[in-house]
Ligand binder design. Structure first.
Ligand code: KG4
Ligand code: ZN
Length: 333
């Protein structure tokens, strides 16, 4: 079963062909990072306009690299939410048009489900049930994944997402967008014990997260001491990153322990963070029988292969969407 995935929810125009929901035949991502960098973040109107220009060439490229003709496809899957509405619409309209023209079944995929299922493209995919942590630019959510299409939200951020904490923190430090990548790189030369940050934890609210206080603490630090350079900047990045990673692992392992999960899956752009990956593997080693599943970094950040995986499973369950498929910018999983 060969499914074409299309993703345009934010600032990457992506298309991919995946076979049987497990083998990536092609994975094309046209990133708009350079376009948005000078604005310090994603500008929705620029994102939509750029998706319009990129989406058909990207789909053609994905089919060509996979060596698959449209007639050989068994279905089309597209991200229909959540995300920037104007950006989502581009993918949704194109997917509906192609499904109609090529007479293929169509599935509308939740972007967060896509992230959660990226781990199924690894050599050793997880099995259900598992505890999934989605950490991206817009979301920080813990899910109990009970089966394809069956997810229970256990906790989420009360304010900023983990990726936002990275991006906004980086902006304060004068580092380029997307900030997570810049902080990850600089932090490798830094000492995470150099600066003390408050632990980004919500008291009482069990499995929820909060990162806005941490961002404010960084702002106060910078106001008082200025933006450091060289080794001191690396130390500050390492300390700030450690506070985010500490909060994420704290809640992740609390949930794993309490709900007795034996599998933990990381997903979303922040799951590409080298320190978070190492910290989760380290912590998991303290538990008997707790396996960690980390998608390859390029499958953590936005891509269409993960959308094709979720779409394949939806089509297998009999989902068929038609011209009524709409973009839902705030679709909750
Ligand atoms: O999943 P994603 O590509 O897009 C959304 O769905 O939001 O996630 C993007 C986020 C950005 O905030 C970016 O700074 C962050 O993921 N990110 C990272 C790293 N790579 C991407 N954060 C920390 N360390 C990284 N290596
Ligand atoms: Zn994403």
């Amino acid at each position: 079963m060969k499914v074409l995935g299309i993703e345009t929810s934010c600032d990457e125009t992506a298309a991919s062909v995946v076979e049987d929901g497990r083998r990536v035949l092609s994975d094309v991502v046209a990133t708009q990072i350079e376009l948005h960098r000078k604005w310090g973040g994603v500008v929705p109107e620029l994102a939509s306009r750029n998706h319009v220009m990129q989406v058909l060439p990207v789909v053609d490229e994905a089919l060509a690299r996979a060596g698959v003709k449209p007639a050989e496809l068994d279905g089309i899957a597209v991200t229909s939410g959540p995300g920037l509405v104007g950006a989502l619409l581009v993918g949704v309209q194109v997917a509906k048009a192609l499904a109609e023209a090529w007479q293929k079944p169509l599935a509308g995929v939740n972007h967060l489900e896509g992230h959660l299922l990226a781990a199924f493209l690894s050599e050793t995919p997880p099995t259900f049930p598992f505890l999934g942590l989605v950490v991206s630019g817009g979301h920080t959510s813990l899910y109990a994944a009970e089966g394809f299409g069956r997810y229970r939200l256990l906790g989420a951020t009360r304010d900023d997402a983990a990726g936002e904490a990275f991006d906004k923190g980086a902006k304060l430090l004068g580092l380029p967008y997307p900030g997570g990548v810049a902080i990850d790189r600089l932090a490798r030369q830094g000492d995470e014990l150099a600066v003390r940050f408050p632990r980004a934890i919500v008291k009482g609210a069990d499995l929820d997260f909060s990162f806005s206080g941490l961002k404010t603490a960084l702002l106060h630090h910078v106001r008082k001491h200025g933006v450091p350079e060289g080794k001191a900047l690396a130390d500050l990045c390492a300390s700030y990153q450690e506070a985010i990673v500490g909060a994420l692992t704290h809640k992740l392992f609390r949930a794993a322990r309490r709900l007795q999960f034996s599998r933990v899956v990381l997903a979303g752009g922040v799951a590409a963070n080298s320190r978070l990956r190492a910290a989760v593997v380290e912590r998991a080693a303290e538990y008997e029988e707790l396996s960690v599943f980390l998608p390859a970094p390029k499958l953590c950040t936005d891509n269409a292969a993960m959308i094709a995986v979720a779409g394949t499973e939806a089509l297998r369950r009999g989902e068929r969407r038609g011209p009524d498929l709409a973009a839902d910018a705030s679709w909750r999983l």
